[in-house]
Design a protein around this ligand. Structure first.
Ligand SMILES: *Cc1c(COP(=O)(O)O)cnc(C)c1O
Length: 378
């Protein structure tokens, strides 16, 4: 008899560290846009902007093709340019630093607070100089930077704030959702974020003047007049969102609160079940503010992260790294940054691991991850 293929029923499917949840209604809505004859920026984008604005207390919200674009345009709206300094954290996705460079300004980095892993606000205030124009705080893993202290500092020194809230959509500070208050607030809709448009982002602004300028800057600087004529007074780029993407966003926004509740429940389960005798350092157990965009323990010192990730993969578990400290990238070293400059950010950057956490996960998936951690680390 020829050999037959016997699938091993004990092998479970690979569990990635994240995966977007797209329901059939959203797929249907994307199909409707594709059939409509209008693919790029149009009615679906306007609808999503209005829905987001309603969520943020009526503040103007505009979409762009990425949060990198909304951050860059936010810096331009805040008047940041060559000669200006912008203070930010080294423990972030490199987009945060790159946008400051893109507008010709200088990123001024200060270390993190090891408890929150967000920018240390005392160091931030100490780094303010007469050239400081703006602050660019990042809510790492969805845990917000202390907004009360942040805006006290910004007001005391008359600084603009561009909040990199890429990871904190639906998170709160002092009971208020991020985006409802503050200065300029940027959210990302990248596929890995708590809500997605595949690629995309939005900026929450203070007034219609800023929103109109944002519209110009995201599309070649073009101003259109009621008589059908147009003009370009200021250089703009090309970072408008498509209606195809906005249709995904409209479907996602309806589910966002449910997604975030599920993330919080899974994070709670991690805190219940994760083995405490393996030397992992757990993230701050914040269940008041965070949207639990990521669940990130730190590996015990001495464990080689690449080996750990490979062994977890053998157990069918995906592990991510978010993020190595930004100032140690070659581009940033060339600007004078060096190893040892920000010890807390470097320590977290070397030891951080992102464990699976996404809304479609089952409780038993958390159990699987915890069992694999025990097998790999003990
Ligand atoms: C995802 C992310 C960005 C960039 O968002 P894109 O939409 O991918 O451009 C910026 N900052 C942080 C902290 C992020 O996590």
């Amino acid at each position: 008899m020829p050999p037959t293929f016997q699938p091993d029923r004990t092998v479970q499917p690979f569990l990635p560290f994240t995966r977007p949840s797209i329901d059939e209604a959203t797929i249907e809505a994307v199909g409707a846009v594709l059939r409509s004859g209008w693919l790029t920026t149009g009615p679906r984008c306007q609808e999503l902007e209005a829905a987001l604005s309603a969520r943020f207390g009526g503040r103007p919200v505009r979409l762009a093709s990425s949060a990198t674009a909304t951050l860059e345009l936010g810096l331009r709206l805040a008047g940041v340019g060559p000669g200006d300094e912008v203070i930010t954290t080294p423990l972030t996705w490199v987009a945060t630093g790159n946008v400051i460079l893109q507008v010709g300004a200088t990123p001024v980095l200060v270390d993190i607070d090891p408890l929150t892993r967000n920018i240390d606000l005392a160091l931030l205030e100490a780094a303010i100089t007469p050239r400081t124009k703006a602050l660019l705080p990042v809510d790492l893993a969805g845990l917000p930077v202390d907004r009360v202290r942040l805006y006290e500092i910004a007001q005391r020194h008359q600084l603009r704030v561009i909040e990199d809230a890429a990871q904190s959509l639906g998170a709160t500070w002092a009971g208020q959702e991020i985006g409802l208050g503050g200065d300029l607030v940027s959210f990302s809709f990248h596929a890995n974020k708590n809500m997605t448009t595949a690629e995309g982002g939005c900026l929450v602004m203070n007034n219609e003047d800023e929103a109109r300028r944002f519209e110009r800057l995201r599309l070649q600087g073009v101003v259109r007049f009621p008589d059908g004529s147009a003009d370009v007074e200021e250089l703009g780029g090309k970072s408008n969102l498509t209606d195809v993407a906005a249709a995904i966003g409209l479907g996602q926004l309806k589910q966002l609160d449910g997604f975030n509740q599920r993330r919080i429940a899974l994070a709670r389960r991690y805190f219940e079940l994760i083995p405490r005798d393996l030397g992992l350092e757990l993230p701050r157990a914040d269940f008041d503010n965070s949207n639990w965009h990521m669940f990130q323990p730190l590996l015990p010192r001495g464990v080689v992260r690449a080996d750990f990730i490979a062994r977890m993969r053998e157990h069918g578990i995906g592990v991510g790294v978010h993020y190595p400290a930004m100032h140690l990238f070659t581009l940033y070293r060339k600007m004078g940054h060096f190893e040892g400059q920000f010890p807390h950010a470097e320590d977290v950057g070397q030891r951080t691991i992102t464990l699976p956490l996404f809304p479609a996960m089952n409780d038993t998936d958390v159990d699987r991850v915890c069992a694999a951690l025990r097998a790999v680390l003990s």
